[in-house]
Design a protein around this ligand. Structure first.
Ligand SMILES: C[S@@+](CC[C@H](N)C(=O)[O-])C[C@H]1O[C@@H](n2cnc3c(N)ncnc32)[C@H](O)[C@@H]1O
Length: 189
């Protein structure tokens, strides 16, 4: 079960977390909220952000563009979650968070989604050919592989963190659906 991945984090009830892609909190963020001490949530759509008042009543919710905001946030968090799969904006998946996201990392757990089968995922979403080309190109650029597996995705995040001077001291992966899994890494610098 997805929530089992939270059991990998020691003393999670004392942790201070940031969710970069809150949505309405129904799929993952609400679960994170239930387990941590304090949660800040960012979401770009105000109608969804309003619903976070129900799923995460005591969270600090801000309606903004996370890809922009991440460039100048100076807070530190014990947990950073990027619960995103794809966007229809200029940003493909969470790739554009890097390297800005590392400014926050300091004994930090990082959650993100990795694809088991991106083509099936795109089929399920009904993503059209022109968009698929953009997504494939962005993935190719990011992973430097045409068809990265789940293991390749996890390795890419490990290597990125190492390139920026972090030690990856823990890795956990939990299958969410046939198409996607949740990855957690713990980074120390
Ligand atoms: C997979 S959903 C999040 C699901 C949510 N965490 C949950 O638990 O149900 C991704 C969310 O990211 C939001 N999003 C997409 N681009 C964004 C951006 N640039 N800044 C902030 N939020 C964004 C979308 O509006 C969408 O609600």
């Amino acid at each position: 079960m997805l929530k089992d991945i939270l059991n990998l984090i020691p003393n999670i009830q004392d942790k201070n977390a940031l969710e970069l892609f809150g949505g309405q909190g129904a799929a993952w963020t609400g679960m994170l909220y239930q387990n941590v001490n304090k949660l800040r949530v960012w979401e770009k759509k105000s109608d969804l952000a309003n619903k976070l008042a129900i799923t995460c009543p005591d969270a600090e919710v801000e309606t903004l563009d996370s890809f922009e905001r991440i460039k100048y946030d100076s807070s530190t968090y014990d947990i950073v979650s990027a619960d995103q799969f794809l966007t229809t904006s200029k940003h493909i998946d969470v790739f554009d968070l890097f390297p800005y996201i590392y400014a926050w990392m300091d004994d930090t757990y990082f959650f993100t989604n990795i694809w088991n089968d991106v083509e099936a995922f795109l089929d399920g979403l009904g993503v059209k050919n022109s968009q698929r080309v953009i997504i494939r190109n962005a993935r190719y650029e990011f992973f430097n592989l045409e068809d990265p597996t789940m293991g390749d995705c996890a390795r890419k995040y490990r290597e990125l963190a190492k390139d920026y001077g972090f030690k990856v001291t823990m890795e956990g992966i939990i299958k969410r659906t046939d198409m996607v899994s949740m990855l957690v890494h713990h980074y120390e610098n």
